[in-house]
Design a protein around this ligand. Structure first.
Ligand SMILES: C[C@@H](O)[C@H](N)C(=O)O
Ligand SMILES: C[C@@H](O)[C@H](N)C(=O)O
Lengths: 165, 165
């Protein structure tokens, strides 16, 4: 059976903005991204989980150089629409396993998460696509996480274009 | 400039399991997916946002036929590791815009979210990859959402292999 994971990527150049207590009603997500779009802000990840009691949290990542501007834009909007807080976290890294063969494999996710846990690395955020499982972790663990996942999925340590994307 | 969005996809065959009040410590995510993997459960999306006060929520989707089994597996684990609740929602649809040209465009996200909002469709979850922005909505809005997004991104209504994936 084909090895499901073909590479590890990491991105240490992002910062995370989390909006806490976002009113879970139509129109709020659009206001958030319209505000960012008006300032031509680039956004990489967007993560929103389900709400409870009419509120949810929404996180997105931007290049670290744009972090302060993103926080400022959202802080203004937060007052206007009733978002409770805007939290900026700069020292994050996004570490991903990539593979066409891994679609739907709960076992691949389990292995990624358990190897990170074994190194004491807390997983702050998780997001997936058909070919990728991404974890956001504290940036201080980046190199340890990448080495750990290379070993876990037997990918060898030769430099690949993916490895420091 | 190239049209950033090249297609709309939707999946009405998934159900969502949300674990509420997940201890935000290394090893919990791995236990969750090890439990699913032992039963050979297929998982599509995994979404986890940042925690507060040591707790976070973690959602994942499974084929609707496996929803009860997934809930049962996680309910057992929840007791063991201190997860507060396991909530199953079956009537969901995942609607996505796809495009190689849309990477980092906050404007594309803003447009998707605002067109859904204009139809009164609440966005329950958001997840992105480099080429895709996915929203989980109530399944009753699926056809309306797909039509709305086709119009928004001027994609025409001729059937494409993507459209009902
Ligand atoms: C929280 C936000 O996504 C809201 N549910 C909306 O649809 O805009
Ligand atoms: C919540 C869960 O992801 C936890 N942070 C872990 O690392 O396992």
């Amino acid at each position: 059976e084909q090895e499901p994971v073909s590479g590890i990527t990491c991105d240490k150049n992002q910062a995370k903005v989390t909006l806490i207590g976002v009113p879970d009603q139509p129109g709020i997500a659009s206001k958030i991204f319209e505000a960012l779009s008006r300032e031509n802000m680039n956004v990489d990840m967007i993560i929103q989980n389900v709400g409870q009691e009419g509120l949810t949290d929404l996180s997105f990542t931007v290049p670290r150089g744009n972090a302060d501007q993103a926080k400022e834009i959202l802080s203004k909007l937060a007052d206007a629409v009733g978002i409770k807080d805007v939290v900026l976290t700069e020292r994050i890294a996004k570490v991903s396993i990539v593979g066409v063969g891994m679609r739907s494999h709960s076992g691949v996710a389990a292995k990624m998460f358990s190897r990170l846990a074994a190194e004491g690395i807390n997983i702050m955020m998780i997001s997936t696509s058909e070919i990728k499982i991404s974890c956001v972790i504290h940036s201080k663990y980046t190199e340890l996480a990448v080495r750990t996942l290379h070993e876990a999925f037997e990918l060898g340590m030769k430099p690949t274009p993916n490895r420091k994307k």
